[in-house]
Structures are given as C-alpha cells and as structure tokens.
Design a protein around this ligand. Structure first.
Ligand SMILES: [Zn+2]
Length: 112
C-alpha cells in the first residue's frame, strides 16, 4: 500500500468523527485505519464500507466491526472511471469490417 493510499484510507476513517464516542486519538485512528486497509480491496471499497457504517451505525465502530462490515459490503461492482470504456467494461473493436465487443483492461474476466 502506497503512502497516498494510506492517506486516502486515513481520510475515510476521519469521516467516522460524525458518530458517537469519536475520540481524537491518533492511536485509535491508526487502529481503525489499519483495520479498514487490511479488510478492503481498494480505496473505493473502503469508501463504501465507511458509507455503510455512517448510514447505519450510531457509534464509532471497533476494528472488529470494521472488518465485519467490510466483508458484508461488496468489493466489486463499481469500478474506477475508465477513459477507454467510460466504465462500461467493454470496448468496441472492428475486425474484418464487423463490430465486436471486447473486454476492457479494467474489466478482467471473473475467475470461474
Ligand atoms: Zn475500461
């Protein structure tokens, strides 16, 4: 995980400040950030986990609650914006005069 990603995850954790029992304690914030970073697959996933927590919980979660929430919130579905396919996941390609839809690099085939 890069410094930029760690900062982005840390920023998501500060959104929890709107919940009850938030304490401005760097040690607690670090534990929450680590739990969020380890249990999510991307910054987007982390953002959706925090969205879900903020929308459904009243108290600041524990690291264990963050992990549980992360496993409930889907990691996939919404992809990062892609210039090649405008997030459709498919690009059109002409082969011998026929138009084909081809998987975009941002949309790898699911493991069977
Ligand atoms: Zn794409």
């Amino acid at each position: 995980m890069t410094q930029t990603e760690i900062a982005a995850i840390g920023k998501q954790v500060t959104r929890l400040a709107c919940l009850h029992y938030w304490r401005d304690d760097p040690a607690i914030a670090r534990e929450l950030r680590d739990a969020l970073a380890r249990s999510t697959h991307s910054i987007e996933h982390a953002r959706r986990v925090v969205d879900r927590i903020v929308e459904t919980q009243t108290d600041v979660p524990t690291p264990a609650e963050i992990r549980r929430m992360a496993s409930e919130v889907s990691a996939g579905v919404r992809r990062r914006y892609c210039d090649a396919c405008a997030r459709t996941g498919w690009v059109s390609r002409v082969i011998h005069g026929y138009d084909y839809a081809e998987r975009c690099a941002c949309n790898p085939a699911e493991a069977a």
